[in-house]
Design a protein. Structure first.
Length: 256
């Protein structure tokens, strides 16, 4: 069975001091019980402090929200994989819908970043998902397959097995609307079928697929109980320590 993985995407929130305060409260709330793999994904400015605080915490890893595909160069405002590695970053979120929507990132760009992350021994969390208009017009599967084929182009079996995918229906991000467990499971199952076509069933079954879209403590256990949902990419609810700790605990809770 694939181990659940829960990531806290703080987006453009939390100062360094707020990040430190959050982690103090979160780690206290989480305690020493068994839980899913956890990834904290702060803003770039907070990464050094979060790295320092997580240095001796097993089961909680550090992620970044983006990176450039080049290792260095004249790219003002960008951050490279080697820079992230120096700060002990283990994961990097790529192709988030906000990057695609507001910053014009294409599948080709996401593919270049994914290859660069893998080459630097970073684990990419590659995001895919449809808009409300695309869902209402029956284009969900077409959109997902196009994004998967473009974002994962030319990756070999070993590279595919080293990444994480995140299905994030754009219409459910920050809106309070969550895909039903059945809707989310249907999308995840389709993603698995595309991964099987891109590689093999054996490889596809090793790739963890998170759900992202208004994940909250109250809906986590039901979502995670679906056979093909392997975790969550959490936005707003990850900004409050107690709520995020509850999400992490609920991810492995057995439903009656």
């Amino acid at each position: 069975m694939r181990k659940k993985i829960i990531a806290a995407n703080w987006k453009m929130n939390m100062t360094i001091a707020e990040a430190a305060s959050f982690l103090e409260d979160f780690l206290l709330e989480l305690g020493g019980e068994d839980h899913a793999d956890v990834v904290i994904v702060p803003s770039f400015i907070a990464i050094p402090k979060v790295s320092e605080l997580l240095n001796s915490v097993p089961g909680v890893k550090l992620g970044a929200q983006n990176m450039h595909w080049e290792s260095s160069g004249a790219f003002t405002g960008e951050v490279s994989a080697p820079m992230l590695r120096e700060l002990f970053v283990r994961y990097v979120v790529l192709g988030h819908s906000e990057r695609r929507q507001y910053f014009g990132e294409t599948d080709e760009i996401v593919n270049r970043k994914t290859k660069a992350a893998l080459a630097a021994s970073l684990t990419p969390i590659v995001c895919v998902g449809e808009t409300l208009a695309q869902r209402e017009s029956g284009q969900v599967e077409m959109v997902l397959e196009q994004q998967l084929r473009g974002s994962l182009a030319d990756l070999n079996k070993a590279q595919l097995e080293d990444l994480v995918l995140a299905y994030e229906p754009v219409w459910a991000i920050g809106t309070g609307h969550t895909a039903t467990p059945a809707q989310a499971q249907e999308a995840h199952a389709f993603i698995l079928s595309v991964l099987t076509k891109l590689s093999s069933a054996a490889t596809a079954n090793k790739i963890r697929i998170q759900y992202g879209g208004s994940v909250k403590p109250g809906n986590t256990a039901e979502l995670m109980a679906q056979p093909d949902i392997d975790g969550a990419l959490v936005g707003g609810a990850s900004l409050e320590a107690r709520a995020f700790a509850e999400i992490v605990r609920n991810a492995v809770k057995q439903l009656p």
